[in-house]
Design a protein around this ligand. Sequence first.
Ligand SMILES: Cc1cc2nc3c(=O)[nH]c(=O)nc-3n(C[C@H](O)[C@H](O)[C@H](O)COP(=O)(O)OP(=O)(O)OC[C@H]3O[C@@H](n4cnc5c(N)ncnc54)[C@H](O)[C@@H]3O)c2cc1C
Length: 477
Amino acid sequence: MARPERIVVLGGGPAGITAGWRLAEQGICATVIERDAVVGGMAQTIRRGPYAVDYGPHTFHVRQTEESRRIIETIRPFFGKDPLVLTRGTRVLLHGKYYVYPLELMQVLTGLNPLLSLRIMADYAVATIGSLINPPQREDSFEDWGVRNLGRTLYDLCFGIYSERVWGLPTSQISSKQAQRVAKLNLRDIVLRILGIKADPAAYFTEYMYPRAGISTLYENMAARMTEAGGQVLVGSAVTALERAGDRVTAVRYLRDGQTHRLECDGVVTTLPLPALVGMVEPALSPEVVAHAGRLRYRSMRLINVVLDRDRLTDFHWVYLSDRKFRCNRMSEQKNVSGDMVPDGKTVLCIELSCWKGDELWNASDEEIFAIAMRDLEATGLGVTRAEVSDYWIVPLATAYPVYELGFEEHLGPVLDGVSLANVHTIGRHGLFLNNSMDDNVLLGVRVADAIAERGSDGRRWFEEMTAYADLKFQGK
Ligand SMILES: Cc1cc2nc3c(=O)[nH]c(=O)nc-3n(C[C@H](O)[C@H](O)[C@H](O)COP(=O)(O)OP(=O)(O)OC[C@H]3O[C@@H](n4cnc5c(N)ncnc54)[C@H](O)[C@@H]3O)c2cc1C
């Protein structure tokens, strides 16, 4: 197939900007269209006065795989001067105590009340023997999967309560495919470690890389290099329509400064959320695809950034707030990731609160949301008081996580099939409906650009490759 001349990339987050840079680097005419005023997507760094803070913690995972090492070598210059190499410093707050994360089972068992520890071990033994005698016959819910692998008590304590809050659904209504994310959170590792078996190197990682001035440096540098190589990055430009002639997209329309613009193209790489993308195709895709797209949901978030008048609160990168009393999921301390981002004598916490777009929490005033975060902060036992808060700001994230409700695959399959037109390639967290991390999305950006450079636009082949890729991801690989 002929090498395409003009590729339009929709969205300038980690997946899109990587694809754009890599296409431009190979001499292909690439344009990234990004709605926000800056690139980086959810991996943006917000700069406010003397503070620089990411959208929650955003460290770049270094996995013990050949592919991970290769990709990091390729993008290393974009991390800027003297990047940080960090060792995972995360904790879980359980029953008032901070445990190292990923959880060390012995630490949990010895730290908890002895009766609870006995219950954990008894439940775990029952669950293990039960699944050996009676292995599961079919795909089941996240709850069934967790209880079968860990026993009821350990599952509820470490994952059940927390997951219900993050997802806003009982875990009996969440697919066991959600375990894809949990594997990354090393739940499986707990079991493997109990058995004395080494964990999968793709899931087990303890190292991060991080640019000193904030994660967005990585993507800003990529965008700059893309422009140098002849590509174009259009920020402040919201894609509104994809013009289709048969099974090909021939042009993309976008809104910039109140004006509609039109860009003709030979191929499209999209990172947009699937329901939004489906709604933009003209003439519309089949009513079945449109109906299935309406069944895919994303969980939203409000990120509460709190400035404290003290040099540091903890020495953790982030802490999961697992106990039932909390309403927020996680708290991170930016300064512990990079000391260059917050001045001496101050520290900034980012507290994550899950919600559905349009629900009570999404619509609540900043004051109400701040009050919820403060109550949780006070409940951490770290001694934070309202008097030492000198500033706060709240960031909304409409599409934070794809939600794997039971049976979501029946909708996802037809949507991915429907949008994968002959010259449309979908990638990224929202574009594939995959709860994957930045390194996965950078890798996908490189892969799609290399595929287009090598064989031209081929959305159908890309769809098949991504179906196989997603299957592996759902197995935690
Ligand atoms: C709280 C939180 C913490 C996280 N922490 C980590 C971490 O520590 N490490 C890690 O590796 N990953 C982390 N992640 C995941 C990481 O953010 C994602 O993997 C990554 O940002 C996904 O990249 P993407 O390009 O696929 O999507 P996005 O980052 O969402 O980028 C999509 C882009 O498309 C743009 N867009 C949407 N609609 C339009 C439109 N109509 N027109 C034009 N542009 C549009 C958006 O503005 C956005 O810039 C975290 C995620 C969250 C929510």
